[in-house]
Design a protein around this ligand. Structure first.
Ligand SMILES: [Zn+2]
Length: 468
């Protein structure tokens, strides 16, 4: 017993932070007013995307394209431009070589707003108490503006990048449209093999990892897969006055309860292993004791995650969330058919087929029929030992000097998942420093971002672009 305790403690003591590379930070001078002004006008384009595309205002989408043309003349002059698919915009800036290009992604569509619940006009982009208000400020016109500012700044000064840089923007990310996929297909057709792809994703946040006080710059190196599962049960229907012992809704409810009581197994995917290995080393001794000895404490972490749910749990297993259920149209009629739906987020290392099998096994009821809807497998896990990732982490350290850069598994979906078929050097990071409250405003009411963040985001891209 004492030997075991000793081993645990020694392992925890040895579990020290990885050495952080010292970065040199040269002063840069750039047009901060322009960065903010352009951002405000980009927000003012009401590029709201809808699944029912007939509700979209094409004029607003044209407006943003025109705005880019006007405000970023050096990008226009030094690039070839093409529209791809329904709402894809692709700019190629020629570098000294075309062998190892980089792709800076973003999307310029935003989710709809409920104007009644906003304190101000959702598209006025006015600055109030140091913050720019508006739909799309966080998600993700800040990175759209940042990428444009970064490239424009250098081109204005006669810079020619080492390799080609593509600006790949989609106008239908929020509706899972195909613009980004169309751009990927075009790249494949043309044999474009990027050394580096950057899309929206993790941000610089504090208080996300237990026992760590420094902010964490979370770089998504993979994202979970997703699919919906429909469970249907048929019956002969009939009147509610003479019910059978079990109704379709009863059968489905039983299945639902079984799944919620039996979460899918914990799986330490590569990205999450890397998060733990980076962040836990900066944590206090108690947590280091646990994370340095996961072989012993995995069970405890599993129990805590199951109990709390949320982000931690989502990083550790494939999750199942029940979202819809429908039975009879009338209150006193037994449904001839009832169904329910669950939304799964699949952990890298597993697959949709495996998840369906696991669910069927837990439910263990062959009266239920299953149908997989809108499947998308987990992404590839990107490398962290390549030039692009180095450039990214170095840039983060130059701009967010206090942050610990940590790879992580993104639990939400982004357009960058389409790049899995092209590259294993795809990273998901949004250069902005946010509190957890600010994070919650994504897709919510009163979305806004500090002017300081807008300026820092531009600085981030300026520092990044010179390395590409
Ligand atoms: Zn987004």
């Amino acid at each position: 017993m004492i030997t075991l305790l000793l081993i645990l403690i020694i392992r925890a003591l040895k579990f020290k932070p990885h050495e952080e590379k010292q970065v040199t930070i040269e002063k840069i001078d750039f047009d901060k007013d322009k960065a903010v002004k352009d951002f405000q006008d980009i927000i003012r384009c009401k590029t709201v995307s809808y699944r029912d595309t007939s509700r979209e205002d094409d004029a607003e989408f044209e407006k943003i394209e025109k705005l880019i043309k006007e405000r970023f003349p050096n990008i226009i002059k030094n690039s070839t431009f093409e529209r791809v698919g329904r709402r894809g915009l692709l700019y190629r800036i020629k570098g000294k070589s075309s062998a190892n290009p980089s792709v800076l992604m973003s999307h310029f569509d935003v989710v709809p707003v409920n104007e009644d619940l906003w304190s101000h006009d959702a598209f006025d982009a006015e600055i109030r108490e140091g913050e720019v208000w508006g739909r799309g400020t966080l998600d993700t016109k800040i990175t759209l503006n940042g990428a444009l500012q970064g490239v424009e700044h250098h081109l204005k000064n006669g810079f020619v990048p080492k390799d080609d840089i593509y600006l790949a923007f989609s106008g239908e990310e929020e509706t899972s449209g195909t613009s980004a996929l169309d751009i990927v297909d075009l790249f494949i057709e043309r044999g474009v093999d990027p050394k580096f792809v950057l899309d929206e994703g993790g941000a610089v946040v504090s208080g996300v990892f237990p026992g760590v006080s420094r902010p964490c710059a979370a770089v998504g190196i993979a994202e979970k897969g997703m699919f919906n599962l429909k469970y249907s049960v048929k019956s002969t229907g009939g009147h509610a006055s003479t019910p059978p012992p079990e109704t379709p809704i009863g059968i489905l409810s039983n299945a639902c309860a079984k799944i919620e009581k039996n979460p899918l197994p914990l799986f330490l995917s590569k990205p999450t292993q890397k998060t733990f290995d980076t962040m836990a080393r900066h944590s206090n001794f108690a947590y280091r004791l646990i994370f340095a000895n996961l072989w012993l404490f995995k069970g405890i972490i599993d129990k805590i995650a199951k109990k709390t749910g949320g982000q931690m749990n989502a990083m550790l297993r494939t999750t199942v969330a029940f979202t819809q259920m429908e039975g009879s149209k009338a209150m006193n009629v037994l449904p001839p058919e009832a169904y329910m739906l669950s939304n799964q987020r699949v952990i890298p290392g597993s697959s949709i087929a495996e998840t369906v099998e696991q669910i069927k096994e837990i439910v263990n009821d062959d009266r239920i029929e299953y149908e997989v809807i809108a499947p998308s497998e987990p992404s590839r896990v990107s490398k962290t030992d390549c030039e692009g990732y180095q450039a990214l982490t170095e840039t983060i350290s130059q701009v967010y000097t206090d942050a610990i850069v940590a790879p992580y598994l993104m639990t939400a979906c982004s357009d960058s998942r389409h790049y899995s078929k092209l590259s294993d050097k795809v990273y998901r990071f949004s250069p902005m420093q946010l509190t957890s409250d600010e994070l919650k405003a994504i897709h919510g009411n009163d979305e806004k971002i500090s002017v300081e963040n807008v300026v820092k985001c531009a600085e981030f891209y300026i520092r990044l672009v010179e390395k590409l």
